[in-house]
Design a protein around this ligand. Structure first.
Ligand code: ARG
Length: 298
């Protein structure tokens, strides 16, 4: 009986000392498309789509993702702000790992106000903040992604994030970082062309990288662990997926990518996210991971 009491007390103490940023279930942050619009052009997808997303369709699609994600993870919400039409793409505003959040320093002035809104939210939620200097742009999970074991960081440069920020960001967790060079302006963020998946696989579009970067990816992932998207699949944001354990959430697009992911053992949920493709983003960009990668299902 004594043992039980002791165990109970210990368990209670452990729970009491765990930081509030320790999640026992996969946890994400989303921001509703209340003020979402294509109001300026900072990536090639936005050109020709000025003010084209409609409010009703954006809300319906965002809600579809929110509900699908809510079935496999906890989803917290960030209050959207007028004047920040890209805030819905909250995945680019930070990179979070082990309760530490490296907050973005956006390359474009249009997105910089988003930083302070997220910084405040993260601070209130108990995260430790790691800021990046303005001179070395960094765009969060848009350009920096951990391997599925959470030990190795992949970071991109070439369009938004500066190469000089990679070392600084990796220092937040004392992890090794590999820099990848993006060469196609359509794939301006790493999350548009590269997704480490559970089980040590990677989903990527080779055409987005220079030869040196491709060699680094190929050295890290043996051929049977690489799932390649074709150019047209990548152009429909096929690599911009949310992956939690076996689950993959992605935009419903034509092509056979979803089938190939299923064949590799993933449970794929396809959702229409076309309104967000007009702004240059898809599933992955619409949610920021807050819990550690090792936390899958509660
Ligand atoms: N309009 C946003 C931007 O250009 C879209 C971001 C979506 N990005 C992405 N990685 N899929 O910053």
């Amino acid at each position: 009986k004594e043992t039980t009491v002791l165990a109970g007390t210990l368990a209670g103490n452990v729970a009491a000392t765990l930081p509030s940023t320790h999640f026992s279930r996969a946890t994400f942050l989303m921001c509703s498309p209340e003020w979402y619009d294509v109001g300026y052009v900072i990536n090639p997808w936005m050109a020709g789509n000025l003010h084209r997303p409609t409010r009703d369709a954006s809300f319906a699609q965002w809600r579809g993702l929110y509900e699908a994600l809510g079935r496999i993870a906890d989803v917290k919400l960030l209050h959207p702000r007028q004047g920040s039409p890209d805030m819905v793409f909250v995945g680019h505003t930070a990179l979070v790992h082990h309760g530490v959040a490296a907050v973005s320093s956006f390359a474009h002035a249009e997105r910089q106000p988003e930083e302070r809104h997220l910084r405040r939210w993260l601070q209130e939620a108990g995260f430790l903040l790691w800021d990046t200097p303005r001179e070395t742009c960094f765009e969060g999970e848009g350009d920096a992604l951990f391997d599925s074991d959470g030990r190795h960081l992949w970071a991109a440069h070439g369009a938004r994030t500066c190469k000089y920020s990679h070392g600084h960001v990796a220092e937040a967790w004392h992890v090794q970082v590999t820099s990848l060079h993006l060469v196609d302006p359509r794939f301006y963020h790493l999350d548009t062309c590269f997704a480490p998946l559970s089980g040590g696989r990677v989903l990527y579009y080779p055409g987005a990288f220079d030869a040196m970067s491709l060699a680094l990816i190929e050295a890290a992932y043996p051929a049977e662990r690489r799932i390649m998207a074709t150019e047209s699949e990548a152009a429909q944001f096929g690599c911009n997926v949310i992956n939690i354990g076996r689950d993959v959430l992605m935009h419903k697009a034509s092509g056979r990518l979803a089938e190939r992911l299923r064949a590799a053992g993933y449970a794929v949920t396809e959702l229409p996210l076309g309104e967000f493709l007009k702004g240059g983003g898809s599933a992955k960009s619409l949610a920021l991971r807050l819990s550690d990668l090792s936390v899958t299902y509660g």
